[in-house]
Design a protein around this ligand. Structure first.
Ligand code: DGL
Length: 284
């Protein structure tokens, strides 16, 4: 695919991808820990949500976006999206990267989270809240079993939560109905669940409402800081990759949908005002 090179062509930013706004909750934490690097964020808002889409569609969309990041000069791309990490990452790492460029890296958010999630729980019973795609992929139960085989994992898909966030409805009373329903359902699975993982990068925006419907003593874990800490460690261990990343402290934002909508909402996720550029993935 012959993407146009954009304004960051001479730099080597870290690419951060999400289907929409959610990855900004991860980027915010990464930038807090690694402010000196350049970053390029892209939200595929025009095609969000990815959660209900098929394996093949999520893979195809994600690969297309990863190729765009590579065309911008990125050597490292973070899929700051659980759905893309669950449905596309393995194929991209094993099938596509060896053909595109074996030195480039694409990392997801599931592995760094599952490596440590067991440490948050005393009872060993963990609830996973995610999109339908993430839950159906079984990525979390499978990966957690590798690191914490003694843990019991319960999953709940929350198909309305991403649309509530993407459509800026998440603070309104209508959101309460869906949040309460999903929380009640997962907590009915076992009274011993003491840790709930927000396994979707959009969900931290719903944190206040989630806590409102939770019994006392349940810890809610967001991924942003976990992923950021893991990236710090990854770059420490992979100095040859870290050295390639440009260090001007610049961040560019792209959305495949309207920039005004993106700019109006994205600041809430990122914690600062954002001025984005429009990206037309079809442009050759
Ligand atoms: N932020 C994405 C995730 O972490 C949302 C997926 C979607 O677009 O449904 O799964």
């Amino acid at each position: 695919m012959g993407f146009l090179f954009l304004d960051m062509k001479k730099t080597c930013p870290i690419g951060v991808f999400d289907s929409g706004y959610g990855g900004l909750t991860v980027l915010k934490e990464i930038v807090a820990k690694l402010p000196h690097y350049d970053y390029i964020y892209m939200g595929d808002n025009a095609r969000a949500p990815y959660g209900p889409r098929s394996f093949d569609t999520v893979y195809q969309y994600t690969l297309e976006c990863v190729e765009w990041f590579f065309a911008q000069g990125c050597e490292l791309v973070i899929l700051a999206c659980n759905t893309a990490s669950a449905k596309a990452l393995r194929n991209i790492q094993q099938k596509d990267l060896p053909l595109i460029d074996p030195d480039k890296r694409v990392l997801g958010v599931i592995r760094p989270t599952t490596e440590i999630i067991g440490r948050f729980s005393k009872s060993g019973e963990i609830g996973i809240l995610g999109t339908t795609g993430t839950v159906q992929s079984m990525s979390y139960p499978i990966e957690i079993a590798k690191f914490f085989p003694e843990c019991k994992v319960y999953q709940e898909s929350c198909p309305m939560w991403v649309p509530l966030v993407e459509n800026n409805e998440y603070q309104k009373p209508g959101a309460d109905y869906f949040i309460q329903e999903n929380i009640a359902h997962i907590m009915q699975a076992s009274e011993n669940i003491d840790t709930l993982l927000l396994a979707c990068t959009h969900y931290p925006l719903l944190l206040a409402k989630i806590k409102q419907f939770l019994p006392a003593g349940v810890t809610v874990v967001s991924q942003g800081e976990i992923v950021a800490n893991s990236l710090v460690e990854y770059l420490r261990k992979h100095a040859e990759l870290a050295e390639k990343i440009s260090q001007n402290g610049q961040i560019s934002f792209y959305t495949t949908d309207a920039v005004t909508d993106f700019d109006n909402h994205a600041g809430i996720f990122f914690g600062k005002a954002i001025a984005s550029l429009h990206l037309d993935l079809q442009a050759k």
